[in-house]
Design a protein around this ligand. Sequence first.
Ligand code: HEM
Length: 469
Amino acid sequence: PKQPPTVFSWVPLLGNAVQFGMDPITFLKDCQKKYGDVFTFTMVGKRVTVCLGADGNQFVFNSKQSLSSAAQAYNHMTKFVFGPDVVYDAPHAVFMEQKKFIKAGLNSDCFREHVPMIVEETENFFKTYGNSGSFDAYEAFAQLVIRTASRCLMGKEIYNNLDGSVAKLYYDLDQGFQPINFIFPNLPLPSYRRRDVAREKMAELYSSIIQRRKEQNDTDNSDLLQALIDATYKDGSHIPDHHIAGMLIAVLFGGQHTSATTSSWTVLELAAQPELVKALLQEQIDKLGSVQADLTFDNLKDMPLLEACIRETLRLHPPIFQMMRKVVADKVVFEKYNLEIPKGNHLCAAPGVTQIDPVYFDEPLKYNPYRWLEKSDPVHQMEQGDDANIDYGFGAVGISSRSPFLPFGAGRHRCIGEQFGYLQLKTIISTFVRTFDFENLNGKVPGSDYTSMVVVPQHPAKVRYTRRA
Ligand code: HEM
């Protein structure tokens, strides 16, 4: 087999990093036109082989652990933020156990308690807004989601300290989790030092919280922290405190920015189509009798349009549009194309490209949640691949990686926060819709900013609101 075609670049070392960094979707689509679904480009010395299309997704996400590794692609930077012995810094089997614990801690019993908490946070947050005005969607929802995610996941002690020292710890960690840190994971600069100090302080803080909960027999908590305190590894050992701290930091990073940007994109898309806002309000009235009725875990399950809106946001604005693995075997062979990718290359799946490919979606750039409510929804049919029933041990069974729609990834590294993410988003959006009528300032949805860790709306991302009577 031959190697995939290489994308031309004028600058040998930097390669296509600038094009990829500024507008990756346009860059990848242009390359696809020239080179087909599989091609290699250079980014600051790294060789990245992009595999597009549903087959490309399957090839990357279903690749064997002995052939390609997520840890090798991510750990050089994540270990500084999450700390040692967790996630990509743990042996693969241990990380899979850790994912199982997190998944088990995010169960229906907890979700039942989470919904009223998220409603309360959202109502309190928007109480400070006047009867009408405008606000920046991403800034607002990032602040709100810090509160909702911390309250449901990180534990009451951390949540109660959000306006105190924890805010600074979050901020310093966040400054160490930027795209630049992938290229330069560790430099002798103040921001790197602050990141390391914040991680150590966070681990100490969790240690003291765990200690206190144990001493005071404070065990009746519906947060993820308690689930991790109560869990044991296969060998019977309790999870060490620094693993718990690391997992919770990872969860915060996995869940916070993704949900913050998705809620802001949803509100921005809805604001451009006032008839959708009306339809969402009507759905609540039809299902619950009135918008005064409490939102609950059970009644939120039965809101198809609301769910379709979130799904459509994740199709058009996936927070994580590409995912990487590093080839660790001598080579991997992409049989469909008879191509061979050498050791050391990165494999890149890009659901952000397949999700707007007209091969899979009619009028792909149009925000149309109703496409998910039609019987002929093409994605559901495509999702039943051969690999749909592999059990990776954390409950990802039944989702094939041969799908064009994979905002949560697929295979052994698939997201375990999807259900919590949907629940949090549905609760926030439905509370927002019943509180305000809203529209865009200029009728347009902002473009995408690809320069942060997740894809966020470009400034200004203003929404005009009027409080409902
Ligand atoms: C993995 C997206 C919410 C925790 C992933 C991956 C994606 C993703 C694309 C796969 C990464 C890869 O294959 O390289 C999202 C989106 C979310 C979301 C779009 C919300 C809208 C959450 C939440 C949590 C979480 C709320 C925690 C409670 C994780 C974890 C992994 C993961 C632990 C596993 C990483 C691995 O196995 O390598 N997520 N996520 N995510 N996510 Fe999420």
